[in-house]
Design a protein around this ligand. Structure first.
Ligand code: MLT
Length: 411
């Protein structure tokens, strides 16, 4: 019989969001009359920006015409999209990022997992706690951890607590780590990072040969003009960071699928013979072997996000979700709950009332108000006692969910 990758057996039962969906489905089956409002998984609800739609429709027509039909595209993405990204997302902010350093993909979730293909198994890896669970689970799958401990943490990973006391920004570790995942604006806490804070990480990384995996999938939600959108706004970050970006939460592409990863050519890792190796070459080799690129149609849709029309429609979309976040923060605060985030981010991080555990609060909210959120403990041990509410939903649903929570739920 074929053997399996035993590392999968170390994983907790289910990935967080399918596990929530399973519990919600069970509840819905038993309560068919319940009008459930889902503020759990951060999945967008509003339609694609019109500019992206139009570009997608045009691209579909091109694919139906022999003269403009396209077969395989470049595995790294079409140059016209990579160039727009390099210029508008990075060079316009003073970041020295070239189009050749942008790799178009079908999602940041996939890329943050896949990136591990090109790194060794002997690295010391740090994650924040709480954390986007993909970073942890993909390291477990890759064999980069030991078993799960009783508190759910995995042996072999370095956990950096993010708490209200440190404004949900991890302290720079006293020990040396080889890889560290940072996510700003943060999922799940909605915290942001200043340039000064990121500079400390870049200085640490350069001093220790650390590579920072910087997930900025939510950068579009930054409204404070003093906050950096990219780690490459920090001098020296080209030599120590890979950045993950996505069209999912900005242009509403969660179902359309387009993202990109920035791998600067100056970034180096160490081979086992001691020589320095360009990380870009390995990622390029990995992508051209295991990936055939994002569809032409979708890339044309993503390109339209950079048109004047697209940019203004995306701004409206983001403002819409940010207004939802403000409504959630205001209503929950008025109801006596302590809330964090939700200002430069689409997530509101709520302290559970009366010392309820995260899952108890989840169950109470589901049963008493038919509202779904995400238990903070699902993001890590330090998320216990917290709860994440996503601002991704229609205005009507957000207002109705807040009405039910404030009126019907005994806080
Ligand atoms: C979340 O709810 O944390 C996100 O939807 C997860 C994701 O983007 O994969």
């Amino acid at each position: 019989m074929a053997t399996i990758n035993d590392n999968y057996l170390k994983l907790k039962a289910g990935y967080l969001f399918p596990e929530i969906a399973r519990r919600v489905n069970t509840f819905a089956e038993g309560n068919p009359e319940a009008q459930i409002i889902k503020l759990g998984i951060g999945d967008v609800t509003e339609p694609l920006p019109e500019a992206c739609c139009k570009a997608i429709v045009k691209a579909v027509e091109e694919m139906g015409d022999r003269a403009t039909f396209k077969g395989y595209g470049p595995e790294q993405g079409y140059p016209w999209l990579r160039e727009k990204i390099a210029i508008q997302d990075f060079q316009s902010r003073g970041c020295e990022i070239d189009a050749s350093e942008i790799f178009i993909s079908d999602g940041s979730k996939c890329d943050t997992g896949n990136i591990l293909d090109i790194f060794g198994h002997d690295n010391t890896i740090a994650v924040t706690d709480p954390v986007y669970p993909v970073y942890v689970d993909t390291n477990v799958m890759a064999g980069n951890t030991g078993d799960a401990k009783n508190n759910g943490e995995y042996e072999g990973l370095v956990y950096l607590p993010i708490t209200a006391e440190n404004n949900f920004t991890a302290e720079i570790p006293s020990e040396k780590v080889d890889l560290v995942y940072l996510c700003f604006p943060n999922n799940p806490t909605g915290a942001t990072a200043t340039k000064e804070y990121l500079k400390k990480w870049v200085d640490y990384a350069k001093a220790n040969g650390t590579i920072i995996f910087f997930d900025s999938a939510y950068e579009g939600y930054i409204t404070d003009p003093t906050l950096p959108h990219s780690i490459y706004e920090i001098e020296g970050a080209r030599d120590c960071a890979i950045e993950f970006r996505s069209f999912s939460k900005s242009a509403g592409f969660t179902g359309t699928r387009c993202a990109f990863t920035v791998v600067p050519k100056t970034l180096k890792g160490k081979a086992s013979d001691g020589s320095d190796v360009e990380i870009w070459k390995l990622w390029n080799r990995r992508q051209s072997t295991k990936f055939n690129g994002v569809s032409y149609i979708v890339q044309r849709g993503a390109e339209a996000a950079y048109s004047d029309e697209g940019k203004s429609q995306i701004k409206q979309l983001i403002n819409f979700y940010l207004e939802n976040a403000k409504i959630i923060c205001d209503k929950l605060t008025a109801a006596g709950l302590k809330v964090y985030g939700g200002v430069n981010a689409p997530y509101v991080w709520v302290k559970t009332p009366n010392n309820l555990s995260s899952w108890d609060f989840f169950d109470k909210l589901l049963h008493n108000t038919n509202v779904v959120g995400t238990p903070g403990s699902g993001f890590g041990a330090a998320g216990e006692g917290y709860f994440r509410i996503s601002a991704f939903n229609s205005r009507q649903n957000v207002e109705e969910a807040m009405r039910r929570i404030t009126e019907n739920f005994k806080l």
